[in-house]
Design a binder for this molecule. Structure first.
Ligand SMILES: Cc1cc2nc3c(=O)[nH]c(=O)nc-3n(C[C@H](O)[C@H](O)[C@H](O)COP(=O)(O)OP(=O)(O)OC[C@H]3O[C@@H](n4cnc5c(N)ncnc54)[C@H](O)[C@@H]3O)c2cc1C
Length: 460
């Protein structure tokens, strides 16, 4: 069914079993509820259903299945890349309750919760989740791997997932953990929404005190020197320290202070669990390479404040494209490409080209870890473009493609699902062995590929 009309019988069947609101094209809430954060995607589902609990998730899956409607799921829409055209879009934002068990150092989040909800619930106990950007959804982030500022110390968010309550493609509600349905538990720790729809996740929290965090801006003319320093310096940083260095271009827009509008900068982001003195001593070589800061944003703060300080206020919905490449090393030829693109003379139309050091606990998975990520690549380069005008899209798409091709000879060819802009390339997010195993698990749990409006992993 591909038109925007849906049979009355299907709507009646859903309304009869579904506790939450159901919106059809033409209903006022439909216009907003159908949209993801990334406005490059313009979905036209025939039904948007706002789940209020696991029974609603079951009802939506059963009705979509029975009536052969394509099925999509969305919390914030930060990772939605495939439109649910002609289908049933299950919205989970209303399922956002978070419970913290301070004694066990765990949290249970209903599937539509944001990281900001979990951070706020855990903070009174001196605990923190392995969150990244606070406005991103817990479920999409965790099931896609999840790299946050504590990940060098404690691993990917998916490594700390303990249990999920899910609805599988047959409409059954199941518990998934190391004992129950272990193959599904393995696959969901990195394989994203391909295997089942989660109604809640339970995961570990960690004690975190004051941190030294934030970002500072430097003159873009120091980009080459700072990158050359970073590629060696970062490999020696302790697990308590997480850093990224970005060549950024601020938009020529009124919200940007006048002297910075439309200009290029070098930015260093730091998250350090420890004292300011210790951090600044370790960072000294990098600071020397970057030169005097034009804006110094590092400070001591609690974990909850650091999320916003590291990433800024939640970015409003925009058109966006992103591309990630992974690297084992960063030779001069690669640095030349970055500086040529986004250095002082650069003409790149993307907003940010970020070099980030991974490693730490992320490269030391436990024996029972899931398939998330390539754990042997210490560096990523992520190009991000956010823009307001659809006409820019072909320019941005072509530029990102060319940049990626230039970096090709240096990259591992791997990616990371959460930052993978092309949903057709899910295979690049996993090792060949893990991808083959994921396809086997998919054949067991979703042989008809019912969950396919995502970074799709087809059944073996
Ligand atoms: C501004 C921004 C900042 C980001 N920062 C980070 C970061 O710091 N670290 C990081 O690792 N990633 C980051 N990401 C990537 C982000 O983690 C992914 O886009 C992730 O998919 C977002 O999850 P969501 O639930 O918010 O998004 P949604 O678009 O709602 O969901 C994305 C996908 O997740 C799956 N999914 C969602 N809900 C369910 C469910 N209930 N059951 C099963 N599958 C489900 C589906 O496949 C869905 O298509 C960022 C993205 C953006 C745009």
């Amino acid at each position: 069914m591909a038109s925007q009309e849906v049979d009355d019988g299907i709507v009646r069947a859903l309304r009869g079993a579904f506790g939450g609101a159901v919106h059809l094209p033409g209903d006022v809430p439909y216009a907003a509820e159908r949209l993801p954060w990334n406005r490059r995607i313009d979905p036209r589902p025939v039904i948007v259903a706002e789940a209020t609990g696991p029974k609603d998730v079951q009802a939506a899956i059963r009705v979509a299945r029975e009536h052969e409607l394509p099925f999509g799921v969305q919390s914030t829409g930060h990772g939605t890349l495939v439109p649910s055209d002609g289908g049933l879009l299950l919205r989970t934002s209303r399922m956002a309750a978070v419970e913290v068990d301070a004694e066990r150092r765990t949290a249970r989040a209903a599937t539509g919760a944001l990281w900001s909800d979990v951070i706020a619930a855990a903070a009174p106990f001196g605990l923190a989740p392995l969150s990244g950007t606070p406005s991103v959804g817990v479920t999409g982030y965790t099931l896609g791997g999840g790299i946050g500022w504590l990940s060098r110390k404690y691993g990917f968010a998916s490594d700390s997932l303990l249990r999920a309550e899910v609805v599988t493609s047959d409409g059954e509600l199941r518990t998934v953990d190391a004992e129950e349905n272990p193959d599904l538990f393995w696959a969901m720790r990195g394989g994203s929404g391909n295997f089942a729809i989660a109604s809640s996740l339970e995961f570990r929290l960690y004690p975190v005190g004051q941190v030294y965090a934030g970002y500072s801006l430097y003159d873009i003319t120091r980009a080459r020197e700072a990158l050359a320093c970073y590629r060696d310096w970062a490999l020696e940083e302790p697990d308590e320290m997480n850093t990224a260095i970005t060549l950024m271009s601020l938009p020529d827009a009124p919200m940007i202070p006048e002297p910075m509008r439309g200009k290029r900068f070098l930015s260093i982001r730091v998250f350090h669990e420890g004292t300011a003195e210790d951090a600044e001593q370790r960072l000294r070589p990098l600071f020397d390479a970057a030169g005097p800061p034009l804006m110094n944003g590092f400070a001591v703060m609690d974990f909850a404040a650091s999320g916003v300080e590291m990433t800024g206020p939640p970015p409003p919905p925009v058109l966006a494209r992103q591309q990630i490449e992974l690297f084992r090393e960063m030779p001069d030829g690669l640095l030349d490409i970055l500086v040529e693109a986004a250095g002082p003379e650069g003409d790149s139309p993307v907003n940010a080209i970020e070099v980030r050091h991974w490693g730490g606990a992320m490269e030391r998975p436990g024996p029972d870890a899931g398939p998330a990520a390539h754990r042997d690549a210490p560096f990523s380069i992520i190009a991000t473009a956010m823009y307001g005008v659809p006409d820019m899209d072909p320019v941005i798409a072509s530029y990102i493609h060319q940049l990626s091709a230039k970096m090709g000879p240096y990259s591992t060819g791997g990616s990371f699902l959460n930052f993978l802009g092309d949903p057709a390339k899910a295979d690049t997010a996993f090792t060949a062995e893990n991808y083959a195993r994921l396809r086997q698990v998919k054949r067991t749990w979703d042989p008809d590929n019912f969950f396919h409006l995502n970074h799709n992993i087809p059944p073996a």
